[in-house]
Design a protein around this ligand. Structure first.
Ligand SMILES: Cc1cc2nc3c(=O)[nH]c(=O)nc-3n(C[C@H](O)[C@H](O)[C@H](O)COP(=O)(O)O)c2cc1C
Length: 175
């Protein structure tokens, strides 16, 4: 379904008190969605449940961000990041996402739990051009190691700034 959506230059903004919540299994298949997710993204509960979370993947997002996201989760660490997502009608919405491992009653990894809130304008303004550069690097050259090339670009930006990924993300969480 995601490939049939034509992106539109129309932004949907989360309210200050709105949180998008979803849960997935270990493979990223959605197992729970709250009402705000359905309202903002424009999908019904039945369209979301049982579907890969990439249903809201926006083509402006570099693959490197998602590779890093999954690397983080596979280590059972929590991920923080800014993500531009695609609505069913082609609009987009930016989120500040936190994804954590979700354990069952026996302490086994059951899947992942994500809560997102409205990001600062500073974060959107800072990361949009960086993501664009990452995307350009991915699109020039072989697809096989595209995500690794863009992660390397992001790392070089972090080195220039002298901060870790986590420090950058947290420093942008203010207006
Ligand atoms: C709990 C959880 C939440 C996720 N939330 C999003 C999201 O909001 N937007 C998104 O594009 N990908 C999200 N992902 C990552 C997707 O599973 C997927 O890796 C990504 O959309 C890239 O899709 P692709 O591998 O088909 O290119 C999430 C993954 C997990 C485990």
């Amino acid at each position: 379904m995601k490939n049939k959506i034509t992106p539109q230059n129309n932004e949907v903004c989360l309210g200050d008190d709105e949180f998008i919540v979803s849960k997935t299994d270990r493979k990223g298949i959605i197992t729970y969605t709250n009402r705000v997710f359905m309202q903002i993204a424009g999908f019904s509960e039945s369209e979301l449940l049982g579907t890969q979370h990439n249903i809201v993947r926006h083509p402006d997002m570099p693959r490197g961000v998602f590779k890093f996201l999954w690397q983080t989760l596979e280590q059972e660490d929590e991920f923080f990041g800014y993500v531009k997502n695609l609505c069913k009608d082609g609009s987009y919405y930016w989120v500040f996402a936190n994804i954590t491992p979700d354990y069952d009653g026996n302490g086994n990894l059951a899947g992942y739990y994500s809560v997102r809130r409205k990001p600062s304008q500073l974060a959107i303004n800072t990361l949009s051009p960086i993501y664009q550069e990452m995307l350009a690097v991915e699109q020039s050259g072989s697809a096989r190691d595209a995500a690794d090339r863009s992660i390397a670009l992001l790392q070089s930006k972090l080195d220039e700034l002298g901060v870790s990924y986590f420090e950058l993300v947290m420093s942008l969480d203010k207006d």
